[in-house]
Design a protein around this ligand. Structure first.
Ligand SMILES: Cc1cc2nc3c(=O)[nH]c(=O)nc-3n(C[C@H](O)[C@H](O)[C@H](O)COP(=O)(O)O)c2cc1C
Length: 338
């Protein structure tokens, strides 16, 4: 059923096709529910204190500005992550900046956090109808110097505290210069201690404690994963999302080797699973892992759970497989959890 729309969408430039698809998803949430959502099996789970109808979520970047939250929930997802959003709106890198690699079932993107800013996102969050939990993925503006990065995340947190169900601290996008340096132990420790302190302070005044997750890169050395796991365990955060896109180009055709940006989709699956496995071993059940990277089937989903994930997110798989993938992944979660 998806073959025809996909063929049409693939004639369009990738970013344009995305805009068209997202607008279509946003338009008739109840139709989405009738066509797709109602076929997704219930697989109730608890994640970071949230109750999910199933552990399959929308990965960050697909709906950066929260324009399609109800529509995405209608497709049957158990949670939706919007963003990355920055305190101030920004236009991102010059186009073209998203590329399809159909024979690899992959994408390369170097969007660079194009988004309408956190204030616009909060308005959208506040008018959503769905009860499906929504996370907000926070980043820093490109022109914010590294030493002031923490201020951008704190501003983001203060904006979304009353509207989000959880917040993701994105320190792993490859398209904002210097961002990944925040994964280094000392930098991450000081960033997370400021954010956790602010989250706890806000919890006292607002009466709700917002779960915090940290999203990490797949391009970490084993010793960095060990150090990272220690920092996460001590920081008081609630979860880790593994992984973002990769700068590695193994497994893709020569013509894409020098295309700058983050690679997602099938070639990312195993590298991402390897990071999840190592994190799971180091964290030893102390923090839940949300697995993301290359999930495109029921089997891929079950593999993520086997690697140590408690939930899964999708992006590139939806482009190649269409909305029926949500049902397949929920079945994969059932396979893994039963
Ligand atoms: C076009 C595109 C834009 C993305 N934008 C973001 C983003 O803004 N923030 C983020 O944390 N991850 C972003 N991601 C990464 C995804 O959330 C996900 O971690 C990655 O694509 C791996 O999953 P996949 O193989 O299912 O796509 C983006 C991915 C793609 C393909």
């Amino acid at each position: 059923m998806y073959a025809l729309p996909r063929a049409g969408l693939f004639t369009l430039e990738a970013e344009r096709a995305h805009k068209v698809s997202l607008a279509a998803i946003a338009r008739y949430p109840r139709l989405n529910q009738a066509l797709f959502g109602c076929h997704v099996p219930r697989v109730p789970v608890k994640l970071m204190g949230l109750s999910l109808a199933n552990p399959i979520g929308v990965a960050a970047g697909l709906d950066k500005n929260g324009t399609a939250i109800d529509g995405l929930a209608g497709l049957g997802f158990g949670f939706v992550e919007v963003g990355t959003v920055t305190p101030r709106p920004q236009s991102g890198n010059p186009r073209p900046r998203v590329f399809r690699l159909p024979s690899e079932r992959a994408l390369i993107n170097r969007l660079g956090f194009n988004n309408a800013g956190v204030e616009a996102l909060v308005q959208r969050l506040n008018t959503r109808r769905t009860e499906c939990p929504v996370g907000v993925n926070l980043g820093k503006n490109r022109d914010t110097p590294a030493k002031h990065a923490v201020d951008d995340y704190l501003r983001g947190l203060a904006w979304v505290v009353d509207s989000a169900d959880y917040v993701t601290i994105n320190v792993s996008s490859p398209n904002t210069p210097g961002l990944r340096d925040l994964q280094e132990s000392h930098a991450l420790e000081s960033l997370l201690s400021a954010l956790v302190a602010e989250r706890d302070r806000l919890a006292l005044t607002r009466g709700r404690r917002l779960p915090l997750a940290v999203k990490v890169a797949p391009d970490l050395r084993p010793e960095s994963i060990t150090a990272l796991a220690k920092v996460l365990q001590n920081a008081g955060v609630d979860g880790v999302i593994a992984t973002n896109t990769t700068t590695d180009r193994r497994g893709v055709a020569v013509r894409w080797q020098s295309e700058a940006g983050g690679l997602s989709g099938a070639p990312l699956r195993e590298p991402s699973n390897a990071v999840i496995r190592k994190l799971a071993a180091r964290l030893d059940g102390t923090l839940p892992i949300i697995g993301v990277g290359g999930v495109q089937s029921r089997r891929d989903t079950a593999d993520k759970f086997a690697a140590g994930a408690s939930a899964v997110q999708l992006y590139t798989g939806l482009i190649y497989c269409g909305p029926r993938l949500v049902r397949q992944c929920a079945l994969g979660a059932t396979d893994a959890l039963s």
